[in-house]
Design a protein around this ligand. Structure first.
Ligand SMILES: Nc1ncnc2c1ncn2[C@@H]1O[C@H](COP(=O)(O)OP(=O)(O)OP(=O)(O)O)[C@@H](O)[C@H]1O
Length: 360
């Protein structure tokens, strides 16, 4: 069942927190709403759940308009940041709660609870109470409670944000695996781009109450629609440089006071004199040896070891800095002068007025 939003908007008084949003969450896909705090992701999720009335537009589950449908009639399961388990109940009771209040026969509840507990590998804990569980185990119980009912739609709002960093990474893989096993339509909210990139089939990048780009993780990373998406996705983040397009003969070049880089031949719609921002990821800059043509030259300002890579911060003449990622074996002392080349097939140029990516 697809979930579709058609010009869905939300205002609190005069404060418009969601502009007209058009989105389709495809059936059986794991789709993430990703964006910084306050961009409206939770509000959007709560509107899909029916917990928040919509100001304008239409929400459909399949062909059915659900604008006025009460949450309990939408056949959804929600998992929140706070697990909201019942402390006085055992896990078995916690997991079965949703079925019990619907009057499901005891034998059926038991079977469903045990099936889900096996999938989540918490079957040996069923007689314990939540206080005697670790954070990760509690999180699984919260997920299990949502899974027991086999809902049409899973809605999850930052379910991993209360876990420590290591467990969060483990749970990311587990959630992805649950999704592959259950194949239920899932809408997931997070501000953590690594979480979104690692788990999702599709990502809607949101900013200021609007969807900036909707695509696969590879698309939003490799072909960011605008400056916001380019800066938000990717770690370490993309470098941005202000400059303009110049031409001589048939060549066009991005020029700034410190950087000069030829522009790919296929980027035909760029105008001479156009003010642009060049975006380049630290992985897409290479340090070249003396004598090789370079796009810029700078001084190593600081070196950070990231594990199998090193991140160099290079200071240019105008004191601006560019991050360059190299293999950890490569040695660079601070204050060394280095020559750098931009991989121009991977560079992006953004219009300074609209922020739109001119290279798409
Ligand atoms: N009940 C409310 N009344 C008034 N304004 C609200 C209400 N709920 C949310 N807002 C405002 O709507 C905007 C979007 O909030 P929302 O919680 O959807 O953002 P978010 O992207 O989920 O952020 P976060 O990750 O911090 O929860 C914020 O500016 C918030 O202050």
């Amino acid at each position: 069942m697809d979930v579709s939003l058609d010009k869905v908007a939300k205002s609190y008084g005069s404060n418009q927190v969601l502009k007209e949003v058009d989105l389709v969450f495809p059936s059986r896909k794991f789709t993430t709403l990703l964006g910084p705090s306050g961009c409206g992701k939770t509000t959007l999720l709560r509107m899909v759940a029916g917990l928040e009335p919509i100001t304008a537009g239409t929400i459909r589950f399949g062909d059915k308009v659900v604008n006025k449908l009460a949450p309990r009639d939408r056949d959804i399961a929600m998992v929140f940041q706070s697990y909201a388990l019942y402390p006085q109940m055992t896990l078995r009771k916690n997991l079965g709660y949703g079925l019990r209040v619907r009057g499901t026969p005891a034998a059926e509840i038991n079977e469903a609870v045990e099936r889900v507990a096996r999938i989540l590998e918490i079957d040996h804990l069923l007689d314990r109470k939540p206080a005697h569980l670790s954070g990760g185990q509690r999180q699984r119980v919260a997920l299990g409670r949502a899974m027991v009912r086999r809902p049409n739609l899973f809605l999850m709002d930052e379910p991993l944000s209360n876990l420590d960093a290591k467990l969060r990474v483990t749970m990311r893989a587990e959630l992805r695996r649950f999704h592959l096993d259950l194949n239920a339509t899932t809408i997931y909210v997070t501000h953590d781009q690594l979480e979104a990139m690692s788990m999702s089939d599709l990502v809607a990048v949101m900013h200021a109450g609007a969807v900036q780009q909707f695509g696969t993780p590879a698309e939003v990373y490799g072909k960011p629609a605008n400056l916001f998406v380019a800066g938000f996705i990717g770690s370490p983040p993309m470098n941005f440089l202000q400059g303009e397009i110049t031409s001589s003969n048939s060549d066009r070049t991005f020029m700034s006071p410190t950087v000069s880089s030829k522009v790919p031949e296929w980027s035909e719609h760029l105008q001479t004199g156009q003010k642009v921002t060049l975006g380049i990821r630290p992985q897409d800059i290479e340090i070249v040896s003396d004598g090789t043509p370079a796009d810029f030259v700078g001084r190593v300002w600081v070196v950070e070891l990231l594990g199998s890579e090193k991140l160099l911060e290079i200071e240019l003449d105008d004191k601006s800095r560019i991050k360059v990622q190299v293999r950890a074996e490569m040695d660079f002392d601070v204050d060394t002068i280095v020559r750098c080349r931009i991989n121009r097939e991977r560079a992006h140029l953004f219009d300074n007025q609209s922020g739109a990516n001119l290279m798409r």
